[in-house]
Design a protein around this ligand. Structure first.
Ligand code: UFG
Length: 340
């Protein structure tokens, strides 16, 4: 079984990817320091997979600790790098922490991996690198615009760093950058899902917590945008679908079929939905009412963004399978499981 190191493997997208890796016949090895996740994720993974997943509690930015893991594990064939901070608003408050953690951990990885002959890296990027695009849907070739937050800038910088590192003479790094759109939902077992610490920033956990009575009401951030109902448009992708894109990316790196040392893919459904459509679809799919009101715009929100998912379909053979309604139903099932 080929060993794949998953940094941030106890996180939201990381944990779902660990499941898909294991079920595709790889051996995932998790590193995580639980700074934005919980140890209970490991027991959720054990319930789903019927065995423990190898795990090391380290900070991915700690080079010596990382060397220790790579030495102890041996034969790591590739790395999927999720470990990063991801809250847009928090990044405005604590920009240096975001640069230190997100850029720093990538630099550490890129310095340490060649020492152990590890040449394959899948990187968690984000549609945030496009900024506020001029035309929709966005293609991988759509020029990036200034990011609206330090968080977004860390993703742009990390992409640039990977290009430079892979392009340096003698470098053996091969990388795939996956630009995620908005991941939502949870594993069908409801044993793993999104675990926001404190008040959720993202729409779906706020919706499910409101429906569950944990929050009084959802505020929809603006209904005066130039969209059909005035609310923002995003491309919501089920997290298990998104996880599967990583398996295709790892396989492509291992097969060495890519014509370029760094490839970039949008990973979205190719469809946009407004915030109001999401709320209404949630209500229909679950039979739950969501108390909401319209509030002011949230600074930094782009009016609309969704993926052109042609390249990922043609090159990685990846297509999303889960509808918005089913994705939202899985988020609700997860929310209910948390109350137990
Ligand atoms: N929204 C609300 N009320 C809320 C929360 C969100 O109306 O309480 C709206 C937002 O205004 C936005 C949509 O729901 O229109 C989605 O918001 P999220 O915060 O869930 O997601 P974003 O699109 O803002 O952010 C996501 C990722 C980021 C990434 C960004 C790039 O979470 O990591 O996409 O656009 F940077």
């Amino acid at each position: 079984m080929k060993k794949i190191l998953v940094t941030g493997g106890a996180g939201y997208i990381g944990s779902h990817t660990v499941v898909e890796l294991a079920q595709a016949g790889f051996e995932p090895v998790i590193i995580d320091d639980f700074r934005n996740s919980k140890e209970s994720v490991l027991s959720g993974l054990r319930d789903i997979l019927g065995r423990d997943v190898p795990f090391h509690r380290i900070d991915c930015g700690d080079a010596e600790a990382l060397r220790g893991v790579l030495r102890a594990e041996g034969n790591i064939e590739g790395v999927i790098h999720f470990a990063a901070f991801k809250a847009v608003g928090e990044s405005v408050q604590k920009p240096l922490a975001y640069f230190r953690n997100n850029v720093g951990s990538l630099l550490t990885l890129l310095e340490v991996l060649p020492e152990f002959g590890v040449e394959n890296l899948v990187f968690s990027s984000s549609c945030t690198v496009y900024g506020n695009p001029d035309a929709l849907p966005v293609r991988e070739t759509t020029p990036t615009k200034p990011a609206s937050s330090p968080y977004g800038r860390t993703k742009q910088m990390c992409e640039d760093i990977i290009h430079d590192a892979a392009g340096a003479p003698g470098n053996r790094l091969h990388s795939i950058l996956l630009r995620y759109f908005n991941p939502i939902g949870a594993h069908a077992s409801a044993r793993i899902g999104e675990l926001p610490l404190g008040v959720p920033n993202n729409l779906i956990p706020f919706v499910t917590q409101t429906a569950a009575g944990l929050r009084e009401k959802l505020t929809i951030f603006g209904n005066d945008y130039d969209t059909p109902d005035g609310t923002n448009i995003r491309d919501y992708i089920h997290v298990v679908d998104l996880a599967k894109a990583h398996i295709a990316a790892v396989q492509r790196l291992l097969d060495r079929t890519a014509p370029e040392v760094v490839e970039t893919f949008n990973v979205g459904t190719g469809h946009g939905n407004t915030v109001l459509e999401v709320v209404q679809t949630f209500e229909r799919a679950t039979g739950q009412k969501v108390n909401y009101s319209i509030g002011p715009r949230r600074p930094g929100d782009v009016p609309a963004i969704y993926a052109d998912a042609t390249k990922v379909a043609e090159v990685l053979g990846f297509k999303t399978e889960t509808s918005l309604a089913d994705s939202l139903a899985s988020a609700w099932k997860w929310q209910l499981s948390l109350a137990k």
